[in-house]
Design a protein around this ligand. Structure first.
Ligand SMILES: Nc1ncnc2c1ncn2[C@@H]1O[C@H](COP(=O)(O)OP(=O)(O)OP(=O)(O)O)[C@@H](O)[C@H]1O
Ligand SMILES: [Mg+2]
Length: 243
């Protein structure tokens, strides 16, 4: 559904992405992992159409072009509107899509319940914790049921158990819908839990692509194969030179 070929990008004179080749197929998940500053967020922004690249190609398949508005992105800094409550932040996209009022309320109530943020629905972003802000941002995007979900360290501010609950929820929604997902993470476990394809990035390049067939397996985190894959990803990251 998305093909990236020989794509490069620079901020001024600094080359940040260097000859990226990447295919994202329908209904697949892709994790991007790599050291700070290696270009992960920049690559995600390019996929979202928020930054223009100077060299290379990015081609969407026809079916996607017809539904271009169905890309959802969860940003590293959350991107919530400070003047809107949690509930109204989550509602906004559905209202913009002119969905009937009852449908909007039902979907918003359901996602807030699943993310355990119903109690803070009337609060503003500055009145809630970092983890709650992160869940509100996740809710705002998931409620739109995007065809391609792009997430930048979406669970980094969450405590260990909430993080697992959110990862379970994202996986559930992925399995329920015909969605594709590309996410940036610093967590090897998260990459292995959610990523069918794991891309190891280093200094603006994709250094290694690891296939991971464990995604969606019941009780995945308790399986030996889960830890084997974590070790494989860790070794690939350790093989890096520097960033
Ligand atoms: N707006 C900008 N202007 C100039 N340089 C930038 C800008 N944003 C990022 N950079 C530089 O581009 C490089 C890649 O940044 P990017 O944000 O893509 O990294 P990242 O892999 O997402 O890092 P992190 O894991 O810390 O979020 C870094 O060297 C960074 O300093
Ligand atoms: Mg980043």
């Amino acid at each position: 559904m998305l093909r990236i070929k020989d794509l490069s990008f620079s901020y001024g004179k600094e080359k940040v992405l260097d000859q990226i080749d990447l295919d994202i197929f329908r209904h697949t998940t892709t994790a991007i992992i790599g050291p700070s500053g290696c270009g992960k967020t920049t690559l995600l922004y390019i996929m979202a159409g928020l930054l223009a690249f100077e060299k290379g190609e990015m081609v969407w398949s026809i079916e996607h072009q017809s539904r271009a508005s169905r890309k959802g992105i969860i940003l590293q800094n959350y991107g919530l509107f400070p003047w809107k409550t949690v509930e109204n932040n989550i509602k906004l996209g559905l209202i913009t899509q002119k969905r009937p009022k009852e449908v909007v309320q039902k979907s918003v109530d359901e996602i807030m319940e699943r993310l355990n943020i119903t109690e803070i629905r009337h609060k503003y972003p500055h009145q809630i914790s970092g983890g709650q802000r992160q869940r509100a941002a996740i809710g705002r995007t998931l409620v739109l049921k995007p065809e391609l979900l792009l997430m930048d360290e979406a669970s980094s501010a969450l405590d260990a158990l909430t993080k697992e609950t959110i990862q379970d929820l994202v996986l559930e929604i992925f399995l329920e819908q015909s969605m594709s997902m590309v996410f940036v993470t610093h967590s090897i476990e998260e990459a292995v839990f959610l990523g069918q394809n794991i891309l190891i990035m280093e200094q603006g390049k994709i250094k290694e692509k690891i296939k991971n067939e464990n995604v969606g397996m019941a009780d995945h985190r308790k399986e030996a194969s889960f830890y084997e894959k974590c070790i494989e990803v860790r070794s690939a990251l350790e093989r890096r030179t520097s960033c």
